[in-house]
Design a protein around this ligand. Sequence first.
Ligand code: G16
Length: 559
Amino acid sequence: MTLTSSEVETKPFEGQKPGTSGLRKNVKVFQQGNYTENFIQCTLDALGEKLAGSTLVVGGDGRFFGKEAVGIIVQMAAANGVSKLLIGQNGILSTPAVSCVIRKYGTDGGIILTASHNPGGPNGDFGIKFNIANGGPAPSGVTDKIFELSKSITKYKICKDLNVDLSKLDTHDFTVDGRKFTVQVIDSVEDYCGLMKEIFDFGAIKELLTGPSALNITLNALHGVMGPYVKRIVCQELGAPETSAVNCVTLPDFGGGHPDPNLTYAAELVDEMKKGNHGFGAAFDGDGDRNMILGKNAFFITPSDSLAVIAANMECIPYFKKTGVRGYARSMPTAGAVDRVAKALGKEIFEVPTGWKFFGNLMDAGRLSLCGEESFGTGSDHIREKDGLWAVLAWLSILANRKQSVEGIVQDHWKKFGRNVFTRYDYEEVDSAPADKMMAKLNDLVGDPSFVGKSFSHGDKVYKVALADNFEYTDPIDGSVTKKQGIRIVFEDGSRIVFRLSGTGSSGATIRMYIDSYESDQAKLNGDAQEMLKPLVEIALQISQLRELTGREKPTVIT
Ligand code: G16
């Protein structure tokens, strides 16, 4: 089909600044005339010379407005000289699958339509994120460029007559402005499933799930994108019964739920696991990059511990036998459990700011094999995104190998390495002004040299400040410096209090308070985390004056 594109005049919109991972706003913001088009044009323009003749991957988590956005991207990519798009069937691809497809076919990048764990639907959130040719989220240099372009955009290019049926696996060829333009609709699961088969021993996991003493598992996709992946990989390939796949129909509004795999929003999984019928349970977020793992009776594994346990059991995963284990990494607020494994194994360990994009350079340089974040992200250098189902398969590999329960494995880990007791308090949708004020005051406090050495007490516990700063990171590969990545107060016993504002919310501010304390006393290892951390929580609230400044007595989510 031969088509002609046109240019449409437009004006800049304020605030098209990508956050921790892409531009996320209420869906109504994206539905405004030209809003989505402007952001797509700036994203394409940020590719510079690479844009003409490029191949890009497009897919999303199936949320409301996703199909419309894919349609706009197809029309704009054609008009801007992109030569080929690989699009998931019905516009669906999990975030890890996009990363996998970009890398497998060596494309120039991809556009992911997701607001991740934020609710969807006509009143929910939408998001657009650009990933670069290594398969990972665009680094700040690229997102800053997109933002700069968004401030002065005057027109965008579009080929309005170009429409593609995304419901069938097929290849469509067009001629647009005299250039060839191809859209290939690909199976959403196929390539990702193939990669998982290369990484894991599917035979061993199948035996675990179907053998004589089969492990009963339940995987809850919270009506996000992971439904088809769970059904195909875990049920069809690995033999788990269909009943293991819960909420596995992808819905544009996630069934009205909040697709965030934590103890609050994945309460349905927690309640099911409490019944004691399953030895393993997991939930995923909307776009499938986050995971929460639970053992029998809802035994909760913090993401920081999950990372450390996988780090200590890499020999259970065939991929790492092939590649060898390079370094480990975690984001700054993530508890330091993995650091202890790295030390014991003599491996490099990196502490980066919050955001998966900071792991990419280390992986590309061959210095990082496994990393994770407290925000329920775990992954390896098999792709450049965190990967929820990969984490589940990693755990199932460990269970198959060690023939122990989830709880048994974690307790053995604590006995060997000690336990980093961790909690995160989220204060969601706080007014921005008091949240900013609190952060500014904390910034002043940690900038005052006399703060180091001060003591704080609660009950019979006394903590003396050993280090305090606003975290700054120098990338060891490209030397780029990222400043102001969170207030960090470290006490003499190694316990830490961290404060930062979320970079993924769409309205107001979300304050995150992270507490990490190390326990090596064998008699106390199995204590309740909230009880164990009470004194530090109280001290953190005192130091920050969070309650006084925001008027919030309680967090909205405790992890
Ligand atoms: C995104 C990033 C993660 C990061 C998280 C932090 O997660 O991909 O690397 O840890 O944001 O969120 P916040 O800034 O709200 O603390 P996702 O799953 O939303 O893409």
